[in-house]
Design a protein around this ligand. Structure first.
Ligand SMILES: C[S@@+](CC[C@H](N)C(=O)[O-])C[C@H]1O[C@@H](n2cnc3c(N)ncnc32)[C@H](O)[C@@H]1O
Length: 275
């Protein structure tokens, strides 16, 4: 029986990770990759598993109307504290809703032009119920943004840690023990794209994330070099082979006009366009 998700451990990890080079690269990449596809504000944005609002609060600052749904009360409290410390007009654009992504239709009214779900699917043995929830509340033509663990990176990480035998086994594995000490599930952009297509969400593009920061390990980068490093990461994140090797991938999709409330399978699967 896998250990339960510990929101306090997750919150502590995210706060520490935010300050690291990987954390800074992550924020830079995800914000830029999203910005290539987001509608202009104001639009309704739902962040499923949005935790302490690391992604959603900056969007509220840009003028989006944001709802964060998360089962962790500790995470939502941290989001509330961050909001209370900032401008009241930003806090007024954010709603915090306790609950699971699987129950979205019962938790949030109406439909959203953008639904984010970052760093959540890897903790779910079966991601489809949550994805059905996402598709159910997506407006026609709305944007879905998913960030999860990428399968080929499992062996790479072990090899970089000189764990040769485990790396060999991991070439075919789709699970590992993640940073929170929990089993995590990895997949490929193609398998996740197929899950979306079955819910009438067409894949738009996919990107990698913070490959070079991961490969280099802890690195004290002088401030003067950060800009060039971020530019390299961003360009690498949209190109093969670099995006294929990164720990995570960021898949974006667009709901079709006829998105059903609880998705129906589709027969035809178009290829995923590159960035
Ligand atoms: C690693 S954190 C990611 C937080 C944030 N999305 C980010 O990218 O910084 C995972 C979050 O998923 C939430 N979570 C776990 N299971 C969930 C579920 N079934 N539905 C929605 N959120 C869930 C956790 O409470 C936690 O806040």
């Amino acid at each position: 029986m896998p250990p339960a998700f510990d929101p306090d451990a997750a919150a502590a990890y995210l706060t520490a990770a935010d300050a690291s080079l990987t954390g800074r690269v992550r924020v830079h990449l995800v914000q830029h990759q999203l910005a290539w596809h987001l509608p202009s504000p104001p639009a309704r944005v739902l962040d499923v598993g949005g935790g302490a609002g690391h992604q959603a609060v900056p969007l509220a600052r840009q003028g989006y109307e944001v709802t964060i749904v998360d089962p962790s009360v500790a995470m939502l409290e941290e989001a509330a504290t961050r909001l209370a410390d900032g401008p009241p007009e930003v806090a007024a654009r954010v709603r915090l809703v306790p609950g699971r992504g699987e129950d979205l239709p019962q938790l949030v009214p109406g439909r959203f032009e953008v639904v984010l779900c970052h760093g959540v699917l890897l903790y779910l043995e079966d991601p489809d119920p949550l994805l059905r929830g996402v598709a159910s509340v997506l407006a026609p033509g709305g944007l879905v943004s998913l960030l999860t663990l990428q399968q080929p990176s499992l062996a790479l990480r072990l090899a970089l840690g000189h764990r040769w035998t485990e790396a060999l086994s991991a070439l075919d594995a789709d699970h590992e023990v993640g940073v929170l000490g929990l089993p995590t599930r990895a997949e490929t952009p193609e398998t996740l794209a197929a899950r979306l297509e079955a819910l009438a969400v067409a894949p738009l593009a996919w990107y990698g994330g913070w490959l070079f920061a991961d490969l280099l390990g802890p690195l004290d980068l002088p401030d003067g070099e950060l800009e060039a490093f971020l530019a390299l990461e961003l360009e690498g994140s949209r190109r093969d082979p670099y995006r294929r090797l990164s720990r995570v991938f960021h898949l974006l999709g667009r709901g079709t006009a006829s998105a059903p409330r609880a998705g129906a399978p589709q027969a035809v699967r178009p290829p995923i366009p590159s960035a």
